[in-house]
Design a protein around this ligand. Structure first.
Ligand code: SF4
Length: 364
């Protein structure tokens, strides 16, 4: 490239200088969205209350915003509702690992895939409480217990209720993820002191059948409704990077944001590609698309805790920092997430310190 050509590519034209036909935007080699599309973010009655009437078109328009504009809008909403320097910290323990009869294509705990996860029995109450004490000492405010079941059997539920009571007595918020629930089971968990129940919709209604065939999208929505009716807070989100399109990410967020009540916690997971599962060979999703998904979740569900969940182990610290800027305000903490690894506690503490962020206390 000649010096003159190099100079023209790396600087703007000076006054009176013309580099050719068309506007500067038309001459550029880069995409040139000249103006951010207008997206109405106001609640129907005004006043900034959460909306439940998000259309796909509106959610798509948010995803399509220029990145700086999207981040700015997400920041505005985040700051209106939360302390941007505070992060809620949850610890997740697998209380019953492996041997699950379901066929979720991302999951190494499914008995259908050979992902090297051994089926184990339900942990004892004492062992769970010992883990909960360790988590509390490490700064967790919420303790989540996950079991690889299609749904809990009655005998198992007795044991889980005892765990919920014990963890609650330690001063921690309690969360469980046990598969599908009947209304009676949800009420029993509520009576034991369960604060949150996690049940993800995973993806869009259209893409769902490519990922799971052993239960329907509607089954998931029904469990969410039973949990809500029992008075338990809902933790519900999904996974990105499973080979879905952006339109599927739009569909997932639009579904969550138009639930009758927004989930109090919205975990957004980046697929962890575990060998032996059908999704092991999926190409990696652009981290900026992950950040966009977080930002759109923040804007559409302004008062929910948006959790940066699985996939952090593979994520740069810069991407995680962008996620916090986009409105993520919760993380899972501790070296393991059910069966996949997570950044160690020291690494997380170090990142929080460097970002000048603090952990939320229970009831903060
Ligand atoms: S995600 Fe849950 S329900 Fe699906 S296979 Fe894994 S443990 Fe079973």
């Amino acid at each position: 490239m000649s010096e003159a050509e190099h100079s023209r590519r790396t600087r703007s034209p000076r006054r009176g200088e013309d580099w050719g036909e068309g506007t500067p935007a038309e001459r550029s080699e880069f995409p040139h969205p000249t103006r951010a599309p207008r997206v109405d973010l106001s609640s129907p009655g005004g006043g900034g209350a959460p909306r439940h009437d998000w259309t796909r078109e509106q959610v798509r328009a948010l995803f399509d915003l220029p990145f700086p504009e999207l981040m700015f809008r997400a920041q505005e909403i985040h700051r209106r509702n939360f302390d941007p320097g505070a992060v809620q910290i949850s610890t997740l323990l697998s209380i019953k690992t492996g041997g699950c009869p379901e066929d979720c294509a991302y999951c190494p705990q499914s008995a259908r895939y050979d992902a090297g996860v051994r089926a184990e029995k339900l942990m004892s109450l004492d062992a769970v409480l010992a883990e909960a004490r360790t988590a509390r000492a490490a700064g967790a405010s919420r303790f989540c217990m996950g079991a690889a079941w299609r749904e809990p059997k009655e005998r198992d539920l007795d044991n889980v209720c005892a765990m919920v009571e014990g963890v609650k007595a330690l001063g921690l918020e309690t969360c469980a993820t046990l598969g599908m629930l009947t209304a009676a089971q949800a009420q029993r968990l509520k009576a034991a002191g369960l604060d949150f129940y996690n049940h993800n919709i995973d993806t869009s209604p259209e893409f769902y059948g490519d990922i799971i065939t052993t239960r329907t999208y509607q089954d998931r929505l029904d469990t969410l409704q039973r949990v809500r009716e029992a008075g338990i807070h809902v933790c519900c989100g999904g996974i990105v990077g499973m080979g879905e399109t952006r339109e599927d990410r739009v569909g997932m967020i639009a579904t969550l944001a138009s639930l009758p009540a927004h989930p109090e916690s919205v975990p957004i997971n980046m697929l962890v590609r575990v060998g032996g599962t059908p999704l092991a060979g999926e190409p990696k999703l652009d981290p900026l698309e992950f950040v966009r998904t977080i930002a759109v979740a923040r804007i559409t569900m302004p008062r929910s805790m948006v959790r940066l969940s699985a996939g952090r182990e593979d994520m740069s610290e810069e991407t995680q920092a962008l996620c916090f800027l986009a409105g993520a305000n919760s993380i899972f903490y501790g070296p393991k997430l059910l069966t996949t690894s997570n950044p160690g506690r020291d690494r997380d503490r170090d990142l929080m310190e460097r970002l000048g962020m603090r952990a939320l206390e229970p009831g903060d």
